[in-house]
Write a protein that binds this ligand. Structure first.
Ligand SMILES: *Cc1c(COP(=O)(O)O)cnc(C)c1O
Length: 399
C-alpha cells in the first residue's frame, strides 16, 4: 500500500467519499429497496456487475452500507467486506462461503458459543464435520489436519476464558496445507490485531460490539483477502444477506470515535484488573495483559493493546453464590453482549461449552466489561460486591 496514513487518521477519513456524502461530513442514511433507472441502457449497465458499488437494488446496499464496508476494509486491510445483520450471521456466512459437504473443519474449543451451535447443528446436517481444538495448541494443530480439512475457525482471545492463541503458527501451518483460516476478531477490533496481515483469509467482527460502541445496533462484518472475497460475496448474495442503512450509519459513526473509546476502555480495564488482582476474593485475572492469562506472552508479541473485556475466577464458592456479588450492583448490570460505553458483569460458566479441553477452576468465572465510567466509582462498587460475596460464602460455611 502506498497510502501511509496513520490509524487515527484512517478512523476519521475511511469510507467518506464525496460522491456518497455529497458534501456533508457523515454519509447520510439512504433508505432504499427500489433504485430507479432512467433508460434501458442504464439498467443494463448497472446490472452488469451487481458487486460494483452503484445503486442497483436495496439488498445490494446503498452508499450508507458501502461507506461502512469501505471503512472496515481499509482498517482491516482486506480486499473487501460484506455486512450482515449480526455478528453470528457474519460467522455463519463466512464459514458457509468456504466449506462444502464432506469437509472437515477445526474450531477453537474456546469459541463464542453460537459458533459451536452452528457447527454442531446446520453444518453437521450439511455433512460438514467440525472438530474442536485446544486454543493453546499452536502449530501442533497440524496433527489434527486431514485430507479433507478445509478451514480453521479461530478466535483469540477465547470467549469467556481469554486464552490467547498462537495465530501466526496456526496460520502458517494451515497455509502450508492449503487450509483456510477465519478469525473472529471482535475482542481486538481492527485496531489491536490485523489477522489478514498475519495471513488469515477472513476476519470477522460483531460490529454490534466496539465498532457500534453504544449498545444499540446489531451488525456483523466479514473482511476477506483476495483469494476468498469473491466467494464470501457470492455466498452472502445467495443467502440474501443485507443490513439496515440505519444500523450501518450508526456503525460508521461509531468508527470515528473507536480509537478514543478503546483507549479509555483499555486504560480503565487495566486499572481495574490490577486492582482485582490484589483482592483476596479473586483467584485469577484472565486478562490477556496479565500473566495469569494463558497465552499472555503471545498477546504481548502479537497484539497492539487490549480492550475492556476480561474475566476473573473467584476464590471458592459456586455460581449460585455469585448472586451476592452481582444482584445489588448499580453500575455493573448483567447483560449479554458488550463493547458499549457502559460497564457490565456476567457470571458465565464455561464448563458446558467445551469438548476437547476441560474447564477446571477453583471458583466461578465472572466476565467483566469495563466501560467509560470513572474507575473510582467502578472499583468501589466491585469492592462492595466482593465483600458481599465473601460474607455470603463465610455464612454458608458457618452453616
Ligand atoms: C457477540 C459476539 C459475536 C456475535 O455477535 P452478534 O452481533 O451478537 O451476533 C460473535 N463473536 C464474538 C466473539 C462475540 O463476542
Amino acid at each position: 500500500m502506498t497510502d501511509t496514513k496513520k490509524t487515527d487518521t484512517r478512523l476519521i477519513t475511511s469510507g467518506r467519499r464525496k460522491e456518497w456524502s455529497h458534501g456533508v461530513v457523515n454519509p447520510p442514511v439512504y433508505r432504499a429497496s427500489t433504485c430507479l433507472f432512467e433508460t434501458y441502457a442504464e439498467l443494463r449497465e448497472r446490472c452488469a456487475d451487481p458487486s460494483a458499488k452503484q445503486l442497483f437494488y436495496g439488498r445490494k446496499g446503498t452508499p450508507t452500507q458501502w461507506a461502512l464496508e469501505e471503512a472496515i476494509t481499509e482498517l482491516e486491510v482486506g480486499a473487501g467486506t460484506m455486512l450482515y445483520p449480526s455478528g453470528v450471521a457474519a460467522i455463519t456466512g463466512a464459514i458457509l462461503s468456504l466449506v462444502r459437504t464432506g469437509d472437515h473443519i477445526l474450531i477453537t474449543d474456546s469459541a463464542y458459543e453460537p459458533t459451536r451451535t452452528f457447527a454442531n447443528g446446520l453444518l453437521r446436517q450439511m455433512g460438514v464435520e467440525a472438530e474442536y481444538y485446544d486454543p493453546l495448541i499452536g502449530d501442533e494443530i497440524k496433527t489434527l489436519f486431514r485430507d479433507n480439512t478445509r478451514l480453521v475457525m479461530a478466535e483469540s482471545p477465547g470467549s469467556l476464558t481469554f486464552e490467547v492463541q498462537d495465530l501466526p503458527a496456526i496460520i502458517e501451518t494451515a497455509k502450508e496445507n492449503n487450509i483456510f483460516v477465519v478469525v473472529d476478531n471482535t475482542w481486538a477490533t481492527p485496531l489491536l490485531l490485523k489477522p489478514l496481515d498475519m495471513g488469515a483469509d477472513i476476519s470477522i467482527h460483531a460490529v454490534t460490539k466496539y465498532i457500534g460502541g453504544h449498545s444499540d445496533i446489531m451488525l456483523g462484518s466479514a473482511t476477506a483477502n483476495e483469494r476468498t472475497f469473491r466467494s464470501l460475496q457470492r455466498t452472502a448474495y445467495q443467502l440474501g444477506q443485507t443490513c439496515s442503512p440505519d444500523d450501518a450509519f450508526l456503525a460508521s459513526r461509531g468508527i470515528r470515535t473507536l480509537g478514543v473509546r478503546l483507549k479509555v476502555h483499555e486504560e480503565n480495564a487495566l486499572k481495574i484488573a490490577a486492582w482485582l488482582k490484589g483482592r483476596p476474593e479473586v483467584a485469577k485475572v484472565l486478562h490477556p495483559a496479565f500473566e495469569d492469562c494463558p497465552g499472555h506472552e503471545l498477546w504481548e508479541r502479537d497484539f497492539a493493546g487490549s480492550s475492556g473485556l476480561f474475566s476473573i475466577i473467584l476464590k471458592g464458592g459456586d455460581y449460585p453464590d455469585t448472586a451476592a456479588l452481582v444482584d445489588e450492583m448499580t453500575l455493573f448490570k448483567m447483560g449479554f453482549s458488550w463493547g458499549g460505553y457502559e460497564s457490565l458483569i456476567l457470571p458465565s460458566d464455561p464448563r458446558d461449552s467445551r469438548s476437547v479441553t476441560k474447564w477446571e477452576a477453583e471458583g466461578p468465572v465472572v466476565r467483566l466489561h469495563i466501560g467509560l465510567e470513572d474507575t473510582d466509582d467502578l472499583i468501589s462498587e466491585l469492592e462492595a460486591g466482593l465483600e458481599r460475596y465473601a460474607a455470603h460464602i463465610n455464612k454458608q460455611a458457618a452453616g
